[in-house]
Design a protein around this ligand. Structure first.
Ligand SMILES: [Zn+2]
Length: 189
């Protein structure tokens, strides 16, 4: 943490164990905070609570150590509001994942259309009806497979990488005291 952050620094890779993301202090993405930000944005919850002073993971009552980044509330005092910059990083991650999923679903529809067009050309006479059936049913299944199954893992990893980069930017701003937090906490360990 002694080195100044330079924009060319590669953000840390998210830690994956058996294909599952494990939050670390370097990439402190919190599923609980992600869900809460979505609720706050939807207007279903207020931006209030008790959050880790380092990464903003929601802390249950009485909890002293953050489950995401292991920061103790004794070292960095807990906060009562989510930083806007951090919330934006979470929202940007969701948007990016959504773009991949939509892109994959559209690719599936185009693929299904291409295959059924081929079938119309190849199939003789009345059997062309199968091309139409494939266009309707096949495209749907290809699109939902690509959008829901095949791309999920990829989209999730890309989203985490984007979060990692956004978190680095946030840390750089925080080091300058340029975030919307009241006071930059001491983070040097
Ligand atoms: Zn934390």
């Amino acid at each position: 943490m002694a080195q100044a952050q330079s924009p060319s620094t590669t953000p840390p890779e998210p830690t994956m164990v058996d294909g599952k993301f494990v939050p670390t202090r370097d990439v402190p993405f919190s599923e609980a905070l992600d869900a809460m930000i979505a609720e706050v944005r939807a207007g279903n919850a207020p931006n209030l609570g008790r959050f880790c002073g380092y990464c903003y993971t929601p802390l249950e009552a009485g909890r002293r150590v953050c489950p995401t980044c292991d920061t103790s509330a004794d070292d960095v005092p807990a906060r009562d509001k989510i930083s806007r910059t951090v919330a934006q990083a979470y929202t940007a991650k969701r948007k990016r994942e959504g773009r991949y999923v939509h892109g994959a679903a559209w690719a599936g529809i185009l693929l299904g259309t291409a295959v059924s067009t081929g079938l119309i050309v190849i199939l003789p006479d009345w059997t062309k009806i199968f091309a139409i059936i494939f266009l309707i049913v096949g495209s749907y299944y290809i699109a939902s497979y690509l959008g829901n199954v095949a791309i999920q893992d990829y989209a999730y990893r890309r989203g985490l990488r984007q979060f990692s980069a956004a978190w680095q930017d946030f840390l750089a701003l925080r080091a300058q005291g340029a975030t919307d937090e009241e006071e930059p906490p001491e983070l040097d360990s």
